[in-house]
Design a protein around this ligand. Structure first.
Ligand SMILES: *[C@@H]1O[C@H](CO)[C@@H](O)[C@H](O)[C@H]1NC(C)=O
Ligand SMILES: *[C@@H]1O[C@H](CO)[C@@H](O)[C@H](O)[C@H]1NC(C)=O
Ligand SMILES: *[C@@H]1O[C@H](CO)[C@@H](O)[C@H](O)[C@H]1NC(C)=O
Length: 280
């Protein structure tokens, strides 16, 4: 009795109680079809798999297939475990997993492409502890590819690769909030936005740390295909979309970015220490 009283008003609203239906045969004419995710040893797993699952969930709704390339320096499996380097001591033990690249930077730069996939439309760049190591090849690749792709999306400290490639100069961007001091120092001419879950700067989208890449990708899907497709994807993945939009960023306050400022201006010891020891 009690429940039926509560439910009665809702029953009058079929749209509330109807089961969600996937939008069908959504046109992807003129939209990006070929996504390429860059990986390097020590990439952050969620930076890669979060966005890929959001993008991959579109395929049944679209009227053309999407393609995915995994790009790396070589075709050897690429581990999430950060490697020791002069700029980064390994602090993560051996806990990790591997991904198989489908092509290499060199092959793509030499114009070798898979007929079915065609040119790369969207280049995705993850972050991770490894971004503090030698990223020369990744930076060169982004610099060369930027004029050839429709969009570049970065997750977490992946923005430092974009910044060092010079493609963020004069643009708005964001990055990991714990690693803010170091990350922003890689792009002194970038307009770094401290309080941002993600930033849409036209053909370059950047996100805050790790899981923020998922929220950025939902926003990107909405930009391409509309809210209905993005919302259905969020239901499908049982992942609530980030409330309050891109400027709702509690982590800027957690890391006291108003005190830190941009780049190395007024870096607090605590922030530097945390970002170096945790390495993101
Ligand atoms: C899907 O949409 C395209 C146009 O975008 C249309 O030509 C085609 O007939 C549609 N297919 C189905 C099965 O509805
Ligand atoms: C890495 O460890 C070595 C030896 O403990 C130390 O000399 C060096 O300063 C460390 N480097 C960094 C970037 O922490
Ligand atoms: C860049 O960010 C500033 C806030 O710092 C905002 O006022 C401006 O509209 C943004 N520019 C673009 C092109 O989004």
């Amino acid at each position: 009795m009690r429940f039926s009283k509560i439910l009665a008003p809702l029953m009058a609203l079929p749209s509330v109680l109807a089961l969600p239906e996937a939008p069908k045969n959504v046109t992807s004419v003129g939209k990006p079809l070929h996504y390429a995710m860059m990986v390097f040893p020590g990439f952050q797993a969620l930076d890669v798999y979060g966005p890929l699952d959001v993008i991959g969930s579109q395929v049944l709704m679209l009227n053309q297939p999407l393609h995915l390339s995994i790009l790396s320096r070589t075709l050897a499996p690429v581990t999430t475990v950060p490697q020791k380097s002069p700029t980064m001591n390994m602090t993560h033990g051996n806990f990790g997993t591997q991904i198989m690249p489908t092509t290499t930077f060199k092959k793509v730069l030499a114009g070798k492409k898979d007929k079915e996939k065609g040119d790369i439309d969207v280049l995705l760049v993850p972050g991770g502890a490894a971004t503090r190591g030698d990223m020369t090849e990744e930076i060169e690749f982004v610099k060369t590819m930027y004029p050839k792709v429709k969009y570049v999306l970065s997750i977490c400290t992946g923005a430092t690769i974009l910044a060092r490639a010079g493609i963020l100069d004069g643009r708005n961007a964001t990055t990991n909030k714990r690693a803010w001091a170091w990350a922003t120092s890689t792009g002194p001419r970038v307009n770094w936005i401290p309080t941002a879950r993600w930033v849409d700067a036209g053909n370059i989208w950047t996100s805050s740390g790790v899981s923020a890449g998922i929220d950025l990708t939902f926003a990107f899907v909405e930009h391409l295909y509309g809210k209905e497709v993005a919302d259905y994807t969020s239901i499908n993945l049982e992942y609530p979309r980030w409330p309050g939009g891109p400027s709702n960023d509690p982590f800027a306050a957690v890391w006291e970015l108003e005190k830190v400022g941009v780049a190395t201006a007024t870096v607090t010891g605590r922030l530097v220490e945390c970002s170096l020891s945790l390495g993101l």
